[in-house]
Design a binder for this molecule. Structure first.
Ligand SMILES: *Cc1c(COP(=O)(O)O)cnc(C)c1O
Length: 359
């Protein structure tokens, strides 16, 4: 099979080595005589996969398992938009949210169902083409929520905000382990796996145990963080196949030299594409101009001459590049180049950008 360069924003490209191993696992896991899709989540074959993935995840994030817990849940990051305030916010409390795009908007809407929301900062005035630099934090806020990488708009936080002791919470769905953040700065991080870490279906929630202790106990069991933590994410049937592939991706990250090495390569890939865009300001209109705010995961841009957009896309397609169309709400183009996206693919796009500009 000839693989194309898949710039899809999510689900997204996975390492070939992972796909190969997963396809073997679909036939038989270990010497069990069963597919990974068939084994009981209460059996030893699955348990080994489950706990191995959990340990590797905390290790890759550089977090101490004595202080942090990692959960594997279903429902996507979208369920976390609601589960987070459901577990930690009450109607008389305020949570600070930084509003940086469409995903933070959804997170804010859900939080408002459970408590008060203060917008601690927003880049709405410049159509979310930057990250707010000055935050107005609410004294005594329950937590401060940020979106570390804004998938649709193509911005990311260059440095994490100082919250002065208020728990820092992040939706890291589109840059989890794509950047070597100091993850101990966060009190809670959640992310769907389908961009940087695996297939759709599993969502990771990593939080400080000291925060977990404060979670609401008066919830339907399946919506309580404490339920899942007490059961090691085996309260009900977990998204087992997703967790299996997540484990394989974490191993792959280790083989690449760890998160630091992966970030370095991600920086290089993004640098090639931004470099080509910036070389031709008369042709390309990058959505994000401030270099420190530019995402290394999602490169968003338009053509100055929108009449050429169809041509641009067709030309890319002919060269085996797919998934470059921007999000339906913002239009233009978006090159998503997560962890598993190959360097040659970024080089191919940069090369095409230059050739197209010179045409
Ligand atoms: C993709 C994405 C989501 C939505 O994730 P689902 O798993 O589809 O619910 C939320 N936040 C960010 C930043 C995303 O990139």
């Amino acid at each position: 099979m000839k693989r194309i360069y898949n710039f899809s924003a999510g689900p997204a490209t996975l390492p070939v080595a992972v796909l190969e191993e997963a396809s073997r696992g679909i036939l038989e896991i270990g010497n069990s005589g069963m597919s990974v899709l068939e084994v009981s989540h209460r059996g030893k074959d699955y348990e080994a996969i489950h706990f191995d993935a959990r340990d590797r995840l905390l290790k890759a994030m550089g977090l101490d398992p004595a202080q942090y817990t990692a959960l594997f849940l279903g429902g996507g990051a979208s369920l976390q938009f609601a589960m987070l305030p459901m577990n930690f916010l009450t109607t008389d409390q305020t949570a600070d949210y930084v509003h940086t795009g469409e995903w933070s908007n959804k997170a804010i809407k859900e939080a408002k169902r459970f408590g008060k929301v203060a917008i601690a900062g927003t880049s709405e005035a410049d159509k979310f083409a930057s990250i707010p630099k000055n935050l107005t934090l609410t004294p005594g806020a329950r937590y401060v929520h940020i979106t570390t990488n804004n998938t649709i708009e193509g911005t990311e936080w260059a440095t994490l905000p100082n919250t002065g002791g208020v728990p820092l919470v992040a939706d890291a769905s589109s840059d989890i382990l794509g950047r070597a953040h100091d993850y101990s700065r966060f009190d809670l991080v959640y992310a769907g796996a389908q961009k940087n870490l695996g297939p759709a279906g599993v969502t990771i929630v990593v939080m400080k145990k000291s925060l977990l202790e404060q979670a609401n106990e008066n919830l339907p069991a399946v919506l309580g963080y404490k339920t899942h933590a007490a059961a090691d994410s085996l309260y009900n049937t977990p998204p087992a196949f997703g967790i299996y592939v997540l484990g394989l991706v974490l191993k792959w990250i280790e083989n690449q030299g760890g998160v630091q090495a992966v970030e370095k390569r991600n920086q290089k890939k993004a640098g090639m594409i931004y470099g080509a865009l910036d070389e031709f300001p008369g042709v390309y209109d990058p959505a994000v101009l401030a270099k420190e705010d530019r995402s290394i995961m999602n490169v968003t841009f338009r053509l100055r001459d929108t009449n050429r957009e169809k041509d641009f896309l067709a030309g890319a397609q002919a060269l085996g590049m797919d998934g470059l169309k921007g999000h339906r709400n913002v239009g233009g183009f978006r090159a998503s180049i997560y962890n598993a996206f190959p360097e040659e693919g970024a080089a191919a796009l940069a090369d095409y950008l230059v050739k197209f500009a010179k045409k």
